[in-house]
Design a protein around this ligand. Structure first.
Ligand code: IVH
Length: 672
């Protein structure tokens, strides 16, 4: 009796593990999830619980181990399978042409060569070793021959498969793959914003943030950072079966790893140069930092014949972009008040060109940064624009000082409302205490109407200035009580613009839950976090009453953010504004979901289907508005049973839930 139920449990754990792995892969590698985050969380939590109750049944390399392990005292060193080389640089087109001639001479050929060109990811080089398809070791590049063993940290990266998928290219006995760990730009900006608000040290660029996260001795900290990895090279592969670098990249994809994106095959130097220019122009729009392109001779046989010079291969080159670093001078420093009352010191600069953009201001983040770097008014500085449109002061050129430079001090009174400025015990940030500080109000109104929040056209800075100065609004809800003739009487307004704004305000009330939550301007909650909240809780009430603990359990929400959200909704005044907004007639839609014949129906899949992969079945169901859940419960509408089903088929019978076989599902999908 006992063994039977244990077998059932084992099957269920195996199935849940496969499901969680598959959904995680769809989300983090393919970027095409087929279930909602809350459905994923449900699966994940159930797997955690079963594994906790029966640790002996947990699958090796279970996705639940991706949350980090016990901290270590120091990293041990590991030998790379083959040396990790570095790249030589090309700086212009002439050098590119010389490069091609040089290797043609070396190969004694006039034939055109084929290249693969890739973006050069500005991250941290690492090597991953898979033994029989399982991740065994992850290491830093180190000196090229030996690096540090950071397996525990690498394992926490969401898109790194702990086991290679076996439905594509044959999985080699030994696979050493090289790649670049990077910090996505959006996450980097969020990290720095949080650090800026807390008055902590901010990172100069995403690369430094990635390095900081990777060298944590406590992998739980690494797990809390949104690191990602692109693969771009080969170490030892046994058995080796590729003819070209492009083949290798395709195999990586089939194993569930992420090859560098936007790669291209080029057949001459003109194409390479065009690619480099194209990437440079697309650079700002990419969600990660790149600092050039890499060109590689595609044929592995030719790569072997070309070999290496010193520490760099003869068959590959980096072709970098124009630098985003420059020097300029600080003309003045002023404190700006943000919507949460934090005073941020901002430097006005002697205007300078940085990779095509004229830079006039730079955030100095907080007082600690200024003191740490000893930044003074009048200083010559090195600035960098990386992973952010907002440039960063890298360092002061102290040797250029002539004695006229002045030290900056935070004002004791808010520059806007003259309220006291304070620095809380244990916090480095300075804040304005003024409850009615117009700067805070203006910022929060601007944010309320901004593109990612309620997108209210016509609610510009000049208008907000007047609304606040004339005390026409004291909070965002007051916007909805504004009268057309009052608006029309304001400077630079008029009957037409007043009418348009009233219409825009009316329109803004039909919005999504996530936009509404974004618009509230909760500290640490931007568009992405608001989406996560909306998806997870499904209603404003759900989010408002969740409480800190339940919030911490949501994927991608850490303790600090959870505390900030719970604190926001616990505040009487905030609740009053929300009530006022709802009373003004807001209609919040849950996030868009597909609608169709299966809307409202919940399916559970078990066993393997003949003509459909589980993923395909899932996609077809969600495309018609249905949901696919991981577990059978009284809320399940149908259980689809294939060959060798797990315990779920039994559970369905027990609960009297209708069972569909493959043909039944097919018929239902076709009807839809
Ligand atoms: S191939 C033997 N491809 O840049 C050639 N490297 O400056 C090995 N990098 O150590 C490198 N993106 O960490 C290659 N698409 C890409 C890359 C890339 C970034 C890094 C890599 C390398 C460094 C050399």
């Amino acid at each position: 009796m006992v063994t039977v139920s244990l077998e059932g449990l084992r099957a269920e754990i195996r199935e849940l593990t496969a499901q969680v792995e598959d959904h995680s892969y769809r989300y983090h590698v393919l970027d095409r999830p087929v279930i909602t985050d809350s459905e994923y969380d449900e699966l994940f939590r159930r797997l955690c619980r079963l594994e906790q109750e029966h640790p002996e049944l947990a699958m090796p390399n279970s996705p639940t181990t991706k949350v980090g392990g016990p901290p270590v005292d120091k990293f041990t060193t590991v030998q790379h399978t083959l040396p990790m080389l570095s790249l030589d640089n090309l700086t212009n087109r002439d050098e590119l042409a010389d490069f091609e001639q040089r290797i043609q001479r070396f190969l004694k050929t006039d034939d055109p060569l084929e290249y693969v060109v890739e973006p050069k990811i500005d991250g941290i080089g690492v090597e991953l070793v898979y033994e029989n398809g399982d991740l065994a070791v992850g290491s830093t590049r180190g000196d090229g021959a030996t690096g540090e063993d950071i397996t525990q940290n690498i394992r926490t990266i969401r898109s790194v498969s702990l086991s290679l998928r076996r439905d594509g290219a044959p999985v080699p006995r030994l696979l050493a793959v090289r790649g670049e760990v990077f910090y996505p730009t959006e996450g980097f900006q969020r990290l720095n914003r949080q650090r800026e608000e807390a008055g902590e040290y901010v990172f100069a660029n995403p690369r430094n943030a990635a390095a900081g996260a990777l060298k944590q001795l406590d992998s739980k900290i690494t797990a809390g950072r949104p690191l990602d990895l692109f693969c771009h090279g080969m170490g030892t592969v046994e058995p080796a079966s590729f003819a070209s670098h492009a083949d290798f990249l395709a195999a990586l994809q089939s194993w569930g790893l992420k090859p560098v994106p936007l790669t291209r095959v080029c057949c001459n130097v003109e194409e390479i140069a065009a690619y480099q220019e194209e990437m440079e122009s697309r650079r700002d729009a990419l969600p990660y930092e790149i600092d050039g392109v890499v060109l590689k001779v595609n044929s592995l046989e030719l790569q072997r014949r070309l070999g290496q010079i010193a520490r760099s291969p003869r068959w590959a080159m980096a072709y970098k972009f124009k630098p985003r670093r420059s020097t300029t001078r600080i003309l003045d420093i002023q404190a700006q008040v943000g919507r949460t009352g934090t005073l941020t010191p901002v430097a006005s600069l002697e205007p300078v060109q940085l990779a095509g953009v004229t830079v006039r201001n730079a955030s100095l983040h907080n007082m600690d940064e200024i003191e740490r770097k000893d930044i003074r008014i009048g200083d010559a500085i090195v600035i960098e624009r990386a992973g952010d449109v907002i440039p960063y002061v890298v360092r002061v050129l102290a040797e250029e000082r002539d004695g006229s430079e002045r030290v900056f001090a935070m004002p004791a009174q808010c520059p806007m409302c003259r309220s006291q400025v304070y620095r809380e015990e244990g916090e480095a940030a300075y804040r304005c205490v003024g409850l009615a500080c117009p700067a805070k109000l203006k910022e929060s109104l601007r944010f309320f109407g901004s593109r990612n929040a309620l997108d209210i056209e016509g609610l510009g800075e000049k208008l907000i200035d007047q609304l606040v100065a004339k005390k026409l609004v004291a909070d965002s809800a007051d916007l909805y009580g504004l009268e057309e003739d009052v608006l029309a009487s304001l400077e630079r307004m008029g009957a037409k613009s007043a009418q348009n704004l009233i219409r825009e305000l009316g329109r803004s009330k039909d919005t999504t839950l996530s936009r509404f939550v974004t618009a509230l301007g909760i500290r640490h909650v931007g568009e992405a976090t608001a989406k996560v909240l909306a998806d997870h809780f499904g209603s404003l009430d759900g989010i408002m009453t969740a409480g800190e603990e339940a919030l911490t359990e949501v994927r991608d929400i850490g303790e600090e953010v959870a505390r900030s959200i719970a604190g926001f909704f616990a505040d009487e005044a905030n609740r009053r504004v929300i009530d006022k907004l709802l009373a003004a007639g807001f209609r919040l839609e849950a996030e868009a979901r597909a609608e169709g014949a299966l809307t409202g129906l919940s399916f559970v899949l078990t066993g393997s289907l003949d003509t459909l992969s589980r993923g395909e079945a899932q996609k077809s169901i969600t495309a018609l508005g249905g949901r696919v859940a991981g577990n059978v419960s009284s809320k399940t509408d149908y259980v689809v049973v294939g060959a060798d089903p797990g315990s779920k088929a039994g559970k369905a019978r027990e609960l009297g839930i209708p069972i569909l076989d493959e043909d039944g599902l097919r018929a239902m999908l076709e009807r839809g």
